[in-house]
Design a protein around this ligand. Structure first.
Ligand code: CA
Ligand code: CA
Ligand code: CA
Length: 119
């Protein structure tokens, strides 16, 4: 698992066409960054990031049963990524599993440990 998981979420939510056109970028583009930076202070805080990802979970959970099936997560996760995030291996990602993964991505990307991501 690596930071690209987060990027693939951002890309997928920005629009599937953009995700496919851009392949696998190594960094957040300004457009994705702007989506996450809701108070527009030039940095993405942990709270902003968490809020975005909570929203992402809700969007992906199309049948609103509180967990993501392989099919629901299929637009942003490969099968391999899905099975890594699915800690209890029950074939569903619940909100806890999802948020644990994306928040660990946040902390991995926050290389200077100031609780914010910069573009
Ligand atoms: Ca901000
Ligand atoms: Ca679901
Ligand atoms: Ca699970």
């Amino acid at each position: 698992m690596n930071k690209l998981l987060t990027l693939s979420f951002a890309l997928a939510l920005a629009g599937p066409a953009a995700a496919f056109a851009q392949g696998s970028p190594e960094g957040l583009t300004q457009a994705h960054f702007d989506q996450l930076d809701t108070d527009k202070n030039g940095k993405v805080s942990e709270a902003e990031y968490r809020q975005f990802m909570e929203g992402a979970f809700d969007k992906l959970d199309t049948d609103k049963n509180g967990s993501l099936s392989n099919a629901e997560a299929g637009t942003v996760l490969t099968r391999e990524q899905f099975s890594i995030v699915d800690r209890n291996q029950n074939g569903q990602l619940n909100r806890q599993e999802f948020m644990d993964q994306v928040m660990s991505d946040f902390h991995r990307q926050d290389q200077n440990r100031d609780g914010h991501l910069q573009p």
